[in-house]
Design a protein around this ligand. Structure first.
Ligand SMILES: [Zn+2]
Length: 384
């Protein structure tokens, strides 16, 4: 799909608005990387900021294109748990699938009709379709993805009518809801991509976009195949430039993420409040650098990394892939070795072990509170 991976030389223009006034955001080039499917990644990325549209973005050069091709060729979504979706955990430690958590949260904001048609763009192995179908059994569901790998798995889900592996412009029919879960941050021309999406929506139809919130989750910047990094303001700006008007923009409906619901408008309003997202990016990179410094002081032979998703794998990579074990609260991940290391549950920790909580500070603190009785030494990241 050319929207995700196109050929091109070194990029000096904004990949969204085309402006040639890009400003560098230094710091990322000195940090390690991780893929969006949570694998350590060798290479360097450069970050920049567009003063014209406000987007923080990767420099999309030939290395970026080549890496994305390699990453998507061997993409293994949720490999840590045999394909089971990532869970979000409440203060009581109870886990729920991330897409189910999102959809339940949205129901209270905007109840959907009993029936309709939904297209999930970038559907992967169908985790959103599965959760949506369970909550809305009379809806007709379709999925679209980069490759055919999950066609049969997706088509076997209840309510799924079809699976497409084509350009957005070639998808037949129209839909009441088009969803994009963790998709828009991979797309090279996000405004153009949303404009293409518009033609698939019924009048009054809804666009649902879920992207990482790098200001609350700095690790998003280190994801090798994410080319755009959104703030609430820049996500709103992209939607408005594409002709949508947000009806809901929530920060933290799902922890560390931004949720946008938008409708097409007949009177586009491309203006948005331009906050300095460059400053946010510099702050995030500074915190990651300090976090790494704290973790690097722990002797690798006693180090356990809490977390087997983006942040944990990023830290593992930055530390030269030297640690003794991983820790995870998600039971579907416990017992499945990750990069040759054991994954244990918090209840299996012993004295003499040191566990680094590789999370933004607020989340690390809430996990540490749940583990107050642990015999292991817990090390938290620095404050922001
Ligand atoms: Zn721009």
């Amino acid at each position: 799909m050319s929207d995700f991976v196109s050929q091109g030389g070194p990029q000096t223009l904004c990949h969204s608005c085309g402006s040639d006034t890009m400003e560098p955001v230094p710091g990322l080039e000195d940090l390690g990387l991780v893929t969006s499917d949570c694998r350590p990644w060798d290479g360097r990325r450069f970050l920049s900021w567009c003063p014209c549209c406000g987007l923080v973005q990767k420099c999309v050069d030939q290395d970026f294109h080549a890496d994305c091709c390699r990453i998507y060729d061997s993409y293994a979504v949720y490999h840590q748990s045999g394909g089971q979706e990532q869970k979000t955990f409440g203060a009581d430690g109870a886990g729920v699938a991330r897409s189910e958590h999102l959809l339940r949260g949205l129901q209270s904001h905007l109840p959907l009709p009993d029936s309709g048609r939904l297209l999930d763009v970038g559907c992967g192995n169908g985790v959103l379709l599965k959760s949506f179908g369970a909550l809305n059994p009379a809806w007709t569901l379709c999925g679209l993805d980069l490759d055919d790998r999950s066609r049969e798995v997706v088509k076997a889900l209840p309510g799924v009518e079809d699976f497409y592996c084509c350009d957005l412009m070639e998808v037949p029919g129209s839909f009441d809801v088009v969803s994009m879960m963790h998709c828009l941050e991979h797309v090279l021309a996000p405004v153009e991509f949303l404009r293409k999406t518009a033609r698939l929506l019924e009048p009054g139809g809804l666009l649902l976009v879920e992207v990482p919130d790098f200001a609350t989750n700095p690790f998003d910047l280190a994801i090798a195949d994410h080319c755009t990094h959104f703030t609430p303001e820049t996500l709103k700006g992209v939607a408005r430039r594409a002709g949508f008007e947000p009806v809901l923009l929530e920060r933290g409906l799902v922890s560390k993420e931004l949720t946008l619901l938008a409708r097409l408008t007949s009177a586009p309003n491309p203006t948005c409040k331009m906050t300095d997202s460059r400053k946010e990016a510099l702050r995030a990179l500074d915190w990651m650098t300090r976090t790494l410094r704290v973790a690097a002081e722990i002797p690798p032979q006693e180090l356990g990394i809490f977390g087997t998703s983006i942040a944990g794998v990023w830290l593992f990579n930055c530390l030269g892939r030297k640690a003794e074990f991983f820790v995870d609260e998600d039971q579907s991940r416990v017992g499945h070795p990750l990069f040759g290391l054991p994954v244990v549950s918090p209840s299996q920790l012993q004295s003499g072990q040191t566990v680094f909580l590789s999370f933004p500070p607020a989340i690390a603190k809430s996990i540490a509170a749940r583990m107050a009785d642990s015999p292991a030494r817990l090390v938290l990241p620095p404050e922001r």
